[in-house]
Design a protein around this ligand. Structure first.
Ligand SMILES: *[C@@H]1O[C@H](CO)[C@@H](O)[C@H](O)[C@H]1NC(C)=O
Ligand SMILES: *[C@@H]1O[C@H](CO)[C@@H](O)[C@H](O)[C@H]1NC(C)=O
Ligand SMILES: *[C@@H]1O[C@H](CO)[C@@H](O)[C@H](O)[C@H]1NC(C)=O
Ligand SMILES: *[C@@H]1O[C@H](CO)[C@@H](O)[C@H](O)[C@H]1NC(C)=O
Ligand SMILES: *[C@@H]1O[C@H](CO)[C@@H](O)[C@H](O)[C@H]1NC(C)=O
Ligand SMILES: *[C@@H]1O[C@H](CO)[C@@H](O)[C@H](O)[C@H]1NC(C)=O
Length: 382
């Protein structure tokens, strides 16, 4: 029975394969209907079976921004343009990939919430990772908090397919808006087999950067996304990616499965300064923070009074406190904080906003301070 059954299945498969014609639907006219819808309901503006398939998840931001003046690079409306208009504005991306769009949100990046992050990550896992016909994902995003979303996706989308986060510093209505080229380069990297198994990446201004370390270093200019000490993964020349090294993952990176996570507990960031009062810490805890990150002076430093208050909050309330740094570069080593108490946690090379994302993900799983400390310890060298 079994051999005959498998023979019949093989025959049926063969018949299906030979009768299935290659999918070839040329581009729909600009702005008009879609020509192909896949099994997950994703709409494509063209379907050429020889090209890789990419999904753009749009969240808003300057890349979708609009202003009536072509010289305005401030004061414009973020997230005014939908995902279809972004795809139509860069028709050359369709020479590289079949592109579908998903409008996940349409807000400035300050208004991205942890609920949006959870649904975005679950969408990418379902629509890209779990679909063998999809090559990769591109996420369009405002730049102000882009590095936080990039860090979250790096930790929670782990299928090896490229996930590219991209934004723009100039709105789409400005002269030499950077959005269209950034988007073209992002689709190109997402479609590249060389981009696999490198975690999430930020592609802007002709650079390919690791989501884990890269931060926004300038509030205004286009060359803003950098990891000063760790550098870039690669560069784009004439829209062709060049990676400096073979695929690697950052030291200390932890992968999370968030398929059962419904919310991320509140984590607040407190900035250290001369005369820092301890009541900001108590206020945060009273307001519902389940974890705290300190943007410490130098390697995690706070006032003596604040340090006593941290001891109190950790030991009495069991709330984890991560000591990070307000300087853009450097690390908070374990040896700088553990002298105070074994439960103080150093952020290592992670800045406050990335530490906050990591702590939120850890707290969503467990509030065990020992386990939280051991994950952060992977980012420190002493
Ligand atoms: C695809 O198009 C259909 C029909 O216009 C629409 O109902 C559906 O929401 C679209 N899918 C996505 C993912 O936007
Ligand atoms: C499909 O893509 C291939 C490879 O880029 C290209 O040579 C071919 O012309 C495309 N076909 C159509 C109908 O656009
Ligand atoms: C792109 O998607 C189509 C439709 O799902 C599929 O037939 C095709 O094989 C995919 N292309 C690649 C290169 O996987
Ligand atoms: C599609 O429409 C956009 C916006 O209206 C325009 O900038 C672009 O040039 C058009 N593309 C083509 C191929 O006509
Ligand atoms: C917090 O600061 C207040 C006012 O400076 C002080 O009275 C109090 O002792 C401090 N709390 C701790 C735990 O050190
Ligand atoms: C916290 O985690 C550590 C290491 O996994 C374990 O030994 C300890 O029992 C846990 N503590 C609690 C209160 O669950």
């Amino acid at each position: 029975m079994v051999p005959i059954k498998s023979f019949l299945v093989a025959l049926a498969t063969l018949a299906w394969q030979s009768s299935a014609s290659p999918l070839l639907y040329s581009r729909g006219a600009n702005g008009t209907g879609f020509v192909f819808t896949n099994a997950n309901g994703l709409n494509f503006t063209q379907m050429n079976h020889t090209l890789p398939n990419i999904t753009i998840f749009a969240t808003g931001g300057t890349i979708a921004g609009s202003d009536s003046s072509s010289t305005a690079t401030t004061g414009y409306t973020s997230g005014a343009v939908g995902v279809r208009a972004l795809i139509d504005a860069v028709p050359s991306m369709l020479d590289i990939a079949n592109v579908a769009g998903v409008q996940t949100a349409n807000v400035g990046s300050e208004d991205i919430t942890s609920d949006i992050l959870i649904s975005l990550s679950k969408q990418i896992n379902k629509l890209v990772c779990d679909d063998s016909t999809m090559a990769g994902a591109v996420v369009t995003h405002g730049t102000d908090t882009l590095e936080e979303t990039a860090f979250f996706l790096d930790a929670t989308v782990n299928c090896g397919k490229p996930v590219i986060i991209v934004g723009a510093m100039r709105p789409s209505t400005a002269i030499s808006a950077d959005g269209p080229f950034n988007l073209l380069e992002s689709v190109t990297v997402a479609a590249s087999t060389k981009a696999k198994n490198r975690g999430a990446m930020i592609v802007m201004n002709d650079r390919i950067a690791s989501a884990y370390y890269t931060t926004k270093t300038n509030a205004n200019t286009m060359d803003t996304f950098k990891a000063m000490e760790m550098g870039f993964l690669g560069e784009m020349i004439s829209n062709t990616p060049f990676f400096f090294y073979p695929p690697v993952q950052p030291t200390g990176k932890k992968d999370f499965d968030i398929s059962n996570v419904k919310e991320i507990p509140r984590v607040d960031i407190l900035f250290s300064y001369e005369d820092m009062h301890n009541d900001t810490l108590y206020n945060a805890v009273e307001s519902g923070a389940k974890g705290i990150v300190i943007a410490g002076a130098g390697a995690g430093g706070v006032t003596t009074s604040f340090n006593y208050a941290m001891e109190d909050v950790i030991n009495r309330l069991g709330i984890p406190i991560i000591q990070s740094m307000r300087t853009v570069n450097g690390e908070v080593p374990l040896s700088d904080v553990e002298s105070n108490s074994a439960t103080h946690i150093a952020s290592g090379y992670l800045n406050p906003q990335k530490s906050r994302i990591l702590l939120g993900l850890l707290l969503a799983k467990s509030s065990n301070i020992t386990e939280i400390a051991s994950t952060f310890a992977l980012n420190t060298n002493a």
